[in-house]
Design a protein around this ligand. Structure first.
Ligand SMILES: C[S@@+](CC[C@H](N)C(=O)[O-])C[C@H]1O[C@@H](n2cnc3c(N)ncnc32)[C@H](O)[C@@H]1O
Length: 259
């Protein structure tokens, strides 16, 4: 068991960055409440409001929740082999690739819709690395294509963060401690499995506000057409929305150069 208190632990310390460690089969059980209902609701909202234009790319597809409902011509990429294996089970026809979101193995202007669902952003040590992700997303999204960045609502996280919790999953005690680290700022979560703990790891997400995300998209080739606060497409309200779902339309290369 680690004797280092959480606020002195560096999420990226050691040879393995936190995001290469945190997403395995246990992740699927810890987040089992993030179910199909959410992604079905989002798919319906996208279809009716913006259209779900193929090919669809689910970047950081995880266990394949969205791919399982996205329809034909849907592609997934993720870093985690166990989660890709889970995605393969629920979306057997979808081409899946193991890779890093900062370097996408596709040609320019490949996709009509690109989704990044459930807080797959803000993982890296520097904002420049996070921005490299948006640049890659812009590169592989075709002009007129839609980018959906489903992120946490930073304002609400700051107000409602539950500092500690304990539950039992598969007869193992799971302890979670959450805190805001103003160095990023990051929202950080330390997870201890077992009592005494036999595994300790961390999740760490840079706490981008919705206006910062909007600016990030705007300066990397997207026009932001709206921000939803829930998967049913309700408008974003900083004080209460559970999500900040940023909707970007890829500008044409001519527009992007002249703006
Ligand atoms: C919070 S989960 C979300 C999964 C999925 N989008 C969903 O809605 O269920 C974040 C995902 O990002 C993936 N991931 C983490 N770092 C990554 C990286 N550098 N490149 C690609 N995928 C990464 C994880 O393996 C995990 O599947």
């Amino acid at each position: 068991m680690s004797a280092i208190p959480p606020d002195e632990r560096e999420a990226s310390a050691g040879p393995t960055p936190w995001y290469a460690d945190a997403f395995d089969d246990l992740y699927l059980r810890l987040y089992a409440h993030r179910d199909l209902g959410e992604v079905e609701a989002l798919r319906e909202t996208l279809r009716s409001r913006l259209g779900l234009h193929p090919p669809v790319f689910d970047l950081c597809c995880g266990g394949g929740r969205f791919l399982s409902v996205a329809g034909p011509q849907s592609y997934g990429l993720d870093l985690s082999l166990p989660l890709l294996a889970a995605a393969r089970r629920v979306a057997p026809a979808a081409p899946l690739v193991r890779g890093d979101m900062r370097a996408l193995p596709w040609r320019d202007s490949t996709f009509g819709t690109l989704v990044m669902l459930f807080t797959c952003f803000g993982y890296f040590d520097t904002p420049a690395e996070d921005e490299a992700v948006i640049r890659e997303v812009a590169r592989v999204t075709r002009p007129g294509g839609v980018y959906v960045l489903d992120f946490l609502n930073a304002e609400r996280v700051r107000r409602t963060l539950v500092p500690e919790g304990e539950r039992v999953i598969d007869r193992q005690v799971v302890r979670e401690r959450r805190w805001i680290d103003e160095q990023g700022p990051f929202v950080r979560k330390r997870i201890e499995i077992g009592a005494p703990a036999n595994r300790i790891y961390e999740e760490r997400v840079r706490l981008y506000r919705h206006d910062q995300l909007q600016a990030l998209l705007e300066r990397n080739g997207f026009a932001v057409s709206g921000i939803w606060g829930e998967y049913d497409g309700r408008p974003f309200v900083a004080a209460e929305s559970s999500r900040a779902i940023i909707l970007g339309t890829r500008r044409s290369f001519v527009e992007a150069r002249s703006s």
